[in-house]
Design a protein around this ligand. Structure first.
Ligand code: NAD
Length: 310
């Protein structure tokens, strides 16, 4: 495993991070024993960065991750979130930040988290995030309950704007730098790099589009994107997930790429990405397939927070 500093947080994170949303059954039912074995296999193989949220499985993922980390808390860099609690339930108020963290600490069986992230901020009021949410998170840092403060979301321009105006240590972006979509560096990376804010890239498999199983029913991408993904999978054969992850690992500034994992076999398979290199001729063929749907993200959150409002 390789490790990289996460911006200026003082934390060193494994370049492959464990995304724990599958432990909340977000991609289908995961056997609790399989989930626990996945966490343990990841730690044994050097993965030290774990990302979860109260939203994943509506607290189930935190419960399961907390149980799996019993006795191993000191081996990991643990990230959880505040602000999103259901598909349409958001609360970025200072009061809820505080109560949410207390609840997460209980479920995760710890007394601090290393990274606290405001979850999907485009669903919130931009000024509230800057003036109330981030300062409330900083107050928790002063109290020793969290080590660093981050924001996450899909809408890159809002992430950049908030990172420029509020004091954040990390930004988590998803589905904006992988084989299907590649506009992270256009809108976000240069600002973060200039300020040494840690960058976490999530969903290297485009939320399962780049696997043989294909996108889950809830996947928000348009059909043409899913079809292009299926073609990329056919082209890459059984190694599509590994190659998709490898592509993301090659990003020069991202500290950790978060991949959702639900069993030990996926952990073993994804670790192979560390030893692969992405053949440039194959990447050229992938690019040809993806060209017609290039950078087709989708809108999330409040209209005023969309990257490309009408
Ligand atoms: P992903 O692209 O990592 O895909 C995960 C899916 O692919 C899961 O169903 C998993 O079981 C499957 N998978 C993993 N490895 C595989 C392999 N080798 N072969 C076949 N299938 C494989 O998408 P994701 O889980 O959404 O993203 C990763 C993590 O990033 C999340 O778990 C979460 O922790 C974080 N995330 C955060 C946000 C946010 O803060 N807004 C958004 C998205 C993701």
């Amino acid at each position: 495993m390789r490790y990289k500093p996460l911006g200026r947080t003082g934390l060193n994170v494994s370049v492959i991070g464990f995304g724990a949303s599958p432990l909340g059954n977000e991609f289908g039912v995961v056997d609790p024993g399989d989930g626990e074995r996945a966490v343990h296999a990841a730690i044994e193989r050097g993965i030290n960065f774990f990302d979860v949220a109260p939203y994943y499985g509506r607290t189930l993922a935190e419960e399961r991750l907390g149980a799996a980390l019993a006795g191993k808390r000191d081996k990991v860099v643990l990230a959880t979130k505040i602000g999103r609690y259901d598909v349409e339930a958001f609360d970025f108020s200072a009061k809820r930040v505080r109560s949410s963290v207390e609840e997460s600490l209980r479920r995760l069986r710890t007394d601090y988290v290393d990274v606290l992230t405001a979850h999907d901020i485009e669903f919130g009021d931009r000024e509230q995030i800057v003036e109330e949410t981030v300062p409330a998170m900083r107050a928790l840092q002063q109290e020793g309950k969290i080590r660093s403060v981050g924001v996450s979301g899909l809408q890159l321009k809002m992430l950049a704007d908030v990172a420029a105006r509020a004091e954040v240590d990390t930004v988590l972006s998803y589905c904006r730098h992988n084989l299907i979509i590649r506009d992270l560096d256009t809108w976000l990376t240069p600002l973060l790099q200039a300020r040494q804010i840690g960058l976490i890239n999530a969903s290297p498999l485009h939320m399962r589009v780049l696997t043989a199983t294909g996108a889950p029913a809830w996947h928000p991408a348009v059909e043409a994107v899913k079809q292009a993904g299926a073609e990329v999978v056919r082209l890459c054969g059984g190694d599509s997930a590994i190659l998709a992850l490898r592509f993301c690992l090659d990003h020069p500034y991202v500290s950790s790429t978060l991949v959702g994992m639900s069993n030990a076999a996926e952990v073993t398979s994804n670790l192979r990405a560390l030893e692969e290199c992405f053949p440039s001729a194959l990447l050229a063929d992938v690019d040809k397939i993806v060209e017609p749907v290039k950078n087709m993200a989708w809108r999330t959150g409040r209209p005023e927070n969309h990257d490309f409002p009408n």
